[in-house]
Write a protein that binds this ligand. Structure first.
Ligand code: PAF
Length: 281
């Protein structure tokens, strides 16, 4: 596995691979790799000739008072995991390399970023789309891999790729869960043992909503109330949002029909966890 931290060297290596006609699969990450990332890497390895992983904790997607500084980092551990997953090229640039002095260009997807996490984390998706657009320009992937756990991010990136006519395919891998159902996330590391035990309620409440829908419930408000009550009953947890939206514009729906995204965000102290399911009736 080649490890590169500067853009000139990256472009040189990518140019050579492209000249040979190799298909490139990119897995963009912020590091502190877990099974969710590794499952995307395995898919990227199987479907492309060359697997590139980027590790970059992107300051642009963290708001004031968020966990940019504390965000868990373990580059040496990540290198071992990425190499074992078959990564051919690991790109881990510095902040200055990605955003040199005087940097002034940003990519913004409108409307889809005005709900869910876009409301509680202003500017977050602008940071995500800017860094991902830069990574796409640098790595020129044929396919790029993201997880369903960050559902809104996946929809926003799909919109960016379509609207800007980017010539690549986005592959959205399933949410990978711990044995008890908690969605894997680098931020799970922040949870105390008691919070970790309670955190499984996010997924349980989503599963209960799925069961209610299967039993015939269609009122979004009834489903949201049930999730909200379940989460509000957890001591020390604070519901950021529970929302049910359509899967094109991510606008709240009144009734479940067609495909809908049910998404929750919950704070356990300083730790903010998200989870979601897509239902179809
Ligand atoms: O999902 C993430 O880890 C990040 O938002 C991404 C896509 C790597 C951009 O920084």
């Amino acid at each position: 596995m080649q490890v590169i931290d500067n853009i000139t060297a990256l472009k040189d290596v990518i140019g050579k691979k492209k000249k040979k006609g190799l298909r490139i699969g990119l897995v963009p990450t912020m590091g502190f790799l877990h099974e969710g990332h590794l499952s995307l890497m395995r898919a990227a390895k199987a479907e492309n000739d060359c697997m590139v992983v980027s590790i970059f904790v992107n300051p642009l997607q963290f708001g004031v008072g968020e966990d940019y500084v504390e965000y868990p980092r373990d580059l040496e551990g990540d290198k071992k995991l990425a190499a074992a997953a078959g990564c051919d090229l690991l790109f881990s640039p510095s902040v200055r390399e990605m955003y040199p002095r005087g940097y002034a260009t940003f990519v913004e997807v409108e409307r889809l970023t005005n709900s869910l996490c876009g409301l509680s984390r202003p500017g977050h998706f602008r940071g995500v789309t800017t860094v991902v657009a830069k990574l796409f320009n640098l790595v020129c992937p044929d396919r790029a891999y993201f997880g369903q756990k960050d559902a809104q991010q996946a929809f926003v990136l799909q919109k960016m790729v379509a609207d800007l006519n980017m010539d690549l395919q986005l592959i959205i891998g399933p949410t990978i869960r711990e044995a008890d159902g908690l969605a894997m996330s680098s931020r799970n590391k922040y949870l105390t043992p008691a919070q970790r035990k309670e955190a499984v309620t996010l997924y349980k409440s989503l599963q209960e909503a799925e069961q209610s829908i299967a039993a015939g419930e269609r009122e979004a408000e009834v489903l949201k109330q049930a999730i909200s009550q379940r989460i509000s009953a957890i001591k020390g947890a604070c519901l950021d949002y529970v929302e049910i939206v359509d899967t094109t514009e991510l606008c709240p729906v009144l009734l479940i029909s067609g495909k809908c995204l049910i998404a929750v965000a919950v704070r356990f102290g300083q730790t903010r966890l998200i989870d979601n399911v897509i239902v179809e009736v």
